[in-house]
Each structure stands twice: as C-alpha cells, then as structure tokens.
Design a protein around this ligand. Structure first.
Ligand code: HAS
Ligand code: CU
Length: 566
C-alpha cells in the first residue's frame, strides 16, 4: 500500500520495502518525540484551564480570596500564553510529526536535531512561564508595548519560535526526501494541509521575530530607552492573524482527513481540500490591519485592502463547511440514511473524536460569522476591544481548534502508546460539556460586548456604575459557562493522564486517513506546487506591508518608555 492510495497506514514503511527493523526503529523514535510534544501541550492546557476558572468568576464580580488586579492580569497573561501559544504550538508540532511519519514514512534520522528543537522550544516556554508567574510580565498574550515585560518573557517567546522553526526544518527535510523518491506523486492530503500550516507559520513568524529582536528585547534590556508602539503592533498583527490559521489548519487536517473515516464515510472531495489549503497559504497573512482599524497612522486605503483580503479568506472556510458537512452526510448515507436529515442521527455521536469535531464545527459556524462582523470597519468600531472579541476567539481558537485537538488526542493516544483510552465515558461526555460551557461563555460574551462591556477588565462592575449593572446578570451566566468548561477541561486532562499512566495495553490501532469519495488520481497537480504558492504568498505579503511599514518609519518617531502597572 503506498501513501497515495488514499488510505495511509502507520508503519507502512515495512510494507513499502524498507528493512523492518530500521523502519520500526525510526518510527519508534519519532513516536517518542510526538508524545513529548503532546505531553507539554496537555500540561500547558491543564495549568491554563486552572487559571481560566478564576478569571470567569472574577469577571462576574465574585468575591474570591486573593482577588486583586495584579493576580487577575497575571492569570489572564498565563492563561492566554499557555492556551493560545503553548498548547497549540506543541500540539501542532506533535500532530505534524505524526502526519509526516505516517504519510511520508520515517525520514532520515534527524533525531538529534529534532529533539534539540523540541528542547529549545521547551526551555523558551519555561522561561516565559517563569517570567509570568514571577509577576513581572503581566503583558497579556499580545504583549503590546508600552506594557513592558521582563526580558526573559521576550527571550523565552523567541526561543519557542526558534524551536518551532527547527520543527519546520525537520518537516520540510522529510518532505523533500520523500519528494526526491516520488517526483510525480501528489502530496498525501494530510501532509499537504500540515505543510500549508507550516508555510503560513513561517510567513507569520518572520514578523514577530523582527518585533522581538529589533524592538522588544533591546528595549526590555534597557539598551533602548523607548519603543514605538504602533510599529510593534503592526509587526505583531502581521504575525497575529496568520497565527490564527496556523491554529486552524491542523484542525482542518483532522476535519478533512480523520473525521470522515472515523464517522464511517469518505472525504467528499480531495481537490477541494487542496484548493482550501492553497488559498490559506496565499491569503492568511496580508490581512493584519483588520486588528488595527482603530489605530492611527495606517492609511484608510490600506485598511480597505486588508479588509478585501479578509473577505477572500472567508471563502476557504465556507468551502470547508460544505465539504466536511458533505463528507458527514456521505457517512450517514453509507449507513443507510435516505431522507434529508436522517444522516445526522446515524453519525457515531458517542465517538469522542466525531463528537468533538462535529461540535467544534457547529461552534465555528457562529465564531466564523462573528469574524465576518469583525472584519467590517463600521461594525468593528462597535465591537473592538469589547467582550465580543474574547467571545469570538473562544469560539474559534478555544473551540474550533482546541476541541478538535482534544478529540484528536482521544484518537491519537491509543495509537501512539498502544494503550486503551482510560475513563472512556469521561472522554465521551467531555466534548458536550465543552460545547455547552462555550455556548454559555462565548455567546454571552458576544452579548455583553454589544452592550459595551470592555474586554480585559478586572473590575467588571466598574465599582457600582449604573451602566455596568446591566452586564452583571449576563456575566453570571458566562461564569456558569466557565465552571462547566473547567469541569470539561479536567475530564480531558484526566483521560489523557489516565490513559498514559493506567491505560490497558492493547494492540495499537493503525493510523488511517479518509479515502476520497472519488479515488484520487495520485498525480502531482498544480495544487501540490507549494514552492510556487509560497512565492506568490511572499509577493502578496510584500504588497500588503512594505509600503505601510515604510510609511510608518518615515513619520516623525515618538517612542514610549515602558510601563509596568502591576
Ligand atoms: Fe478572528 C480577532 C476576523 C477566524 C482568532 N480572532 C480575533 C482574535 C483571535 C481570533 C484570537 O476582522 C483576538 C485577537 C486579540 O486578542 O485582539 N477571524 C476573523 C475572520 C475569520 C476569523 C474574518 N479568528 C478566526 C479563527 C481564529 C480566530 C479561525 C482562531 C483559530 N478576528 C477577526 C477580526 C478580529 C479578530 C477582524 C479583530 C477584532 C478586533 O477588533 O479586535 C474567518 O477566518 C472566519 C471564517 C469562518 C467561517 C465559518 C465556516 C464554518 C464552518 C463550520 C460549518 C458547520 C456547520 C454545522 C455548517 C466562514 C467551517 C455543522 C453541523 C454538524 C451536524 C456537524
Ligand atoms: Cu485576524
């Protein structure tokens, strides 16, 4: 069986003719690294979730012990960094390695380099965590200056990025080795999606590396007295928006290539999936000004240009909604459904992966709609910096991505450890709890946002201000959502830790991906010319950013000293 027959099986190396022991040895070494990445991801998630419950209660003005602004902002920073930056990045690195190993066969032994990169990323993460927990770096996960963190925060975050570049090099090297052996063959679809995520990540991280190395690190070390907040924000959002697609694309890989099979069906269309991944390579980055509509110093024409691109990038998600939903319908029909909607109850709703992804999709339908609202200048001016935005990102990264990753963990862990899922009933209930918790939390945040409640405030009661009293019945509901989310998070961590420690040994099921409904030809097509698409993407980024940044640099500079209010 070749990796391109649609179904790809873990350990296919031996079937493909490589010496068994060598292939198995390389496979086992990769698996250890995959598990190490997942371990860090889940540990970060556990700490981040513990922080979150306190915040949700705090925003509902509950009199908690030790409640103070200092603790609140420390906690929000730790939560945002651990969930949005650490859990996601390590999970994606682990998933990428799994995909590369199972679709391209274990590559040459890059073990030392791959482990070295992992350790660089981990040391960076620990530095960031120490800086935050020491109370010197409550700058939130966007680390906007002139809020100033301890240098260890910026240096640690940079190391995390450098480690991820090492991972990227391992992935690209593995791919190129495979490509040399298989010149005319289509990239296996899961790898196509992972490579798209990786390209988006590289286009994005160039900017945050520049922000760190040229602006924030020298400034935090006292080598420069002031920093330019607007330039820093512009570089941050050059990074920050494609970052959200770096989170989303690996989830899409699961939606397209794992879900249809787990649901008992087939992928509706392989070429449509490739089109989607390519569109993300092209249009993920030149859109960052939709986070800066309210910033001065950026021309209205450039804001409009980024808005147009933002509406283009809605399109591949709409195609995804269609294709993945059609794949689920195919699954239901293969189980005998004949009516309009009777395929829905025939889906295996008790399967933790299927339930997680289906609920993640449902939630993303609302989150994506909110994204379209955010992207419109006039509506953005109503919701910007309100609780709406935190509602939006809890439905997107907090559910579309995170719940998919939780479902994927339930699917992967038995396959990587050869252990049965422990506390299986908890794994079955957990996605539903997350969904209910997130509806209460995320949707209510949208409502209070429209009512004018700002995001990122510690004292949601505004010390008894009349305006704020209208929010409080709603924030009570979101606090209930927060508690349900916490229970769900605890279930997730318990299942993962329980499987790891106490899971009953079993024959590891194979890692298999969905077959397309129409068998793929397996030939390399235009959609697989990733170097070409990357080159075009670089041109688009240059067009979107070089002039506005040049313009910013020519303006009279007003730097700001650093502030540490807490
Ligand atoms: Fe966003 C702010 C625009 C998607 C994350 N976004 C944020 C922030 C984060 C974030 C973290 O234009 C806050 C940043 C901060 O801290 O300041 N966002 C968009 C747009 C999209 C979008 C246009 N965002 C995401 C994704 C994220 C994410 C994905 C993380 C993973 N976002 C914005 C804007 C702002 C913003 C502005 C700035 C706001 C401000 O003023 O500060 C699009 O990509 C969305 C496309 C999605 C769709 C939905 C497709 C639906 C699907 C599911 C279908 C399911 C069905 C039901 C039909 C078009 C694929 C299934 C049924 C079954 C039976 C299973
Ligand atoms: Cu964005």
């Amino acid at each position: 069986m070749t990796p391109n027959s649609g179904v790809v099986v873990a350990g296919a190396a031996s079937e493909a003719g490589a010496p068994l022991s060598e292939a198995e040895g390389a496979g086992a070494a990769w698996r250890r690294l995959e598990l190490a990445n997942f371990g860090v991801a889940v540990a970060a998630f556990a700490v981040g979730a513990a922080m979150a419950v306190m915040q949700a209660l705090s925003r509902a003005n509950m009199a908690l012990p030790l409640r103070s602004a200092k603790i609140y902002y420390l906690s929000v920073t730790a939560h945002g960094v651990l969930m949005a930056l650490v859990f996601t990045t390590f999970f994606i690195m682990g998933l990428g390695l799994v995909v590369a190993r199972t679709t391209l066969l274990p590559g040459p032994v890059t073990a030392r380099f791959a482990w070295g990169s992992f350790w660089v990323a981990l040391v960076g993460t620990l530095l960031v965590a120490a800086a935050i927990l020491s109370g010197t770096s409550s700058v939130l996960y966007t680390f906007y200056p002139p809020l100033q963190a301890h240098p260890a925060f910026y240096i640690g975050a940079t190391l995390l990025v450098v480690g991820s570049w090492g991972w990227s090099a391992v992935m690209v090297r593995t791919y190129r080795g495979w490509r040399r052996e298989n010149p005319g063959v289509a990239i296996p679809l899961p790898m196509h999606g992972m490579l798209a995520a990786l390209i988006v990540w590289l286009l994005a991280t160039v900017a945050v590396a520049a922000e760190m190395l040229l602006l924030l690190i020298p400034w935090s070390l006292g080598l420069k007295a002031t920093v330019d907040p607007l330039l820093a924000r512009t570089l941050f959002w050059w990074f920050g928006h494609p970052l959200v697609y770096f989170w989303l694309l690996p989830a899409y890989v699961v939606w397209y290539t794992v879900l249809p099979r787990a649901a008992g069906g087939k992928l509706f269309s392989d070429p449509l999936a490739r089109l989607v991944f390519v569109l993300f390579i092209l249009f993920s980055t030149p859109v960052g000004f939709h986070h800066q509509f309210m910033d001065p110093g950026i021309g209205a024409g450039w804001k409009l240009a980024h808005t147009v691109n933002t509406y283009v990038i809605l399109f591949p998600s709409m195609v995804t909604a269609f294709t993945v939903l059609a794949s689920l319908e195919v699954a239901g029909r293969m189980k005998g459904a004949t009516g309009w909607f009777d395929w829905i109850p025939r889906l295996p709703w008790g399967d933790p992966l299927v339930a997680s992804v289906a609920l993640a999709m449902l939630t993303f339908a609302v989150g994506g709609f909110g994204g379209a609202v955010n992207a419109a200048y006039a509506m953005n001016s109503m919701v910007h910096n309100t609780a709406w935005v935190q509602g939006h990102f809890h439905l997107t990264v907090g559910t579309a991505t995170a719940l998919t990753f939780m479902g994927a963990s339930y699917w992967l862990l038995p396959r990587l450890t050869g252990k049965e899922l422990h506390f299986r009933a908890a794994a079955q209930v957990q996605p539903y709890l997350w969904f209910v918790g997130m509806v209460l939390f995320g949707v209510v945040n949208h409502v209070t946002g429209i009512m004018g409640m700002p995001r990122r405030i510690y004292e949601a009661g505004y010390f008894g201000a009349e305006e704020a009293t209208r929010w409080s019945e709603w924030t009570a509901i979101s606090a209930v959502g927060g508690v349900i989310l916490f229970v769900s998070a605890a279930f997730y961590v318990a299942v993962i830790a329980g499987t790891w420690v106490w899971g009953k040994p079993t024959a590891a099921p194979a890692i298999e991906y969905a077959e397309p409904l129409v068998p793929a030809e397996g030939r390399r097509t235009l959609w697989d010319r990733l170097a070409l698409w990357t080159a075009l993407a670089v041109v688009l980024v240059a067009v979107a950013y070089f002039y506005p940044i040049g313009h910013l640099l020519q303006m009279e500079r007003f730097g700001s000293p650093g502030f540490r209010p807490f």
